[in-house]
Design a protein around this ligand. Structure first.
Ligand code: C5P
Length: 245
């Protein structure tokens, strides 16, 4: 059964395998999944996947955010399918064929998530990139459009901000997985606007994301930068638990 800690995905956003090992040891009992991104995978490749597997039962999310021509994505996904990881990511991009080939390359061995709009992107960024006003004035429309493409291509779900989860679930059903980064716990001494500090723009608290229907929360800095990362993960799991029906 999925427990509160299983909702937490901790990104191993560190430069060395030694630091990654420390976090895996520290958190393997208090989070459900570790996310390996480009920083570690470019340097260590499958070795980092093995390290996590050997350390316990936490699952693995290989977040490579692929974006290339369909055939190249297909071939990359065939390599990923051999790594025995739970999730991987492909940008929804502009072309459904790339997503279809990603799913085909994964061959059912890995769940493919479409990245809709990065949570670091603002309405102004979308406007500046030349998108029509209907998308820059209401980014959830762009998220929805890209999610529809991911769904049609056979993706298992998407990555989106906690603000968009509700509308995603309404449109695509509860089995379409929603993974939400941009999570900032609201602590007693932090005001609502202060949680938007660093590069994440479309943020929610863990409780809000769960209430909106998120299946997994990517939570990095609020755990990593805490004085006691293990205790921070446990506190967040409690907040999640209080929202689970
Ligand atoms: O919680 P924090 O902001 O530190 O989380 C950062 C992590 O969230 C990074 O690993 C980044 O890749 C991930 N992320 C993501 N999808 C986004 C935005 C951020 O997976 N749309």
């Amino acid at each position: 059964m999925k427990t509160a800690k299983d909702y937490i995905i901790f990104p191993l956003d560190v430069p060395t395998i030694g630091e990654a090992r420390n976090y895996v040891k520290l958190l393997s009992e208090s989070v459900g999944m570790f996310k390996v991104g480009l920083e570690l995978f470019i340097r260590y490749g499958p070795e980092i996947i093995k390290l996590i597997k050997d350390s316990g039962t936490a699952k693995i999310f290989l977040d490579l955010k692929l974006h290339d021509i369909p055939e190249t994505v297909y071939r990359a996904m065939k390599s990923i399918a051999g790594l025995d990881v739970s999730f991987t990511t492909v940008h929804c991009g502009e072309n459904i064929d790339m997503l279809k080939k990603a799913v085909a390359g994964g061959a059912g061995s890995v769940a493919v998530l479409g990245v809709t709009v990065l949570t670091s992107v603002s309405n102004e960024d979308i406007f500046a990139a030349g998108f029509r006003k209907e998308f820059s004035s209401d980014m959830s429309r762009l998220v929805l459009k890209r999610a529809a493409t991911a769904k049609a291509a056979g993706c298992a779900g998407i990555v989106c901000s906690g603000l968009e989860v509700k509308i995603i679930k309404e449109h695509f059903g509860k089995n379409f997985t929603a993974v939400t980064p941009g999570i900032r716990p609201l602590r007693d001494n932090i005001k609502r606007d202060d949680i938007k500090k660093n590069d994440q723009k479309r943020v929610t608290t863990p409780a809000e994301a769960i209430r909106n229907g998120a299946d997994y929360l990517v939570i990095g800095r609020p755990i990593r930068d805490a004085k006691d990362p293990g205790a921070a993960a446990v506190r967040i799991a409690k907040e999640i638990k209080s929202e689970l029906k």
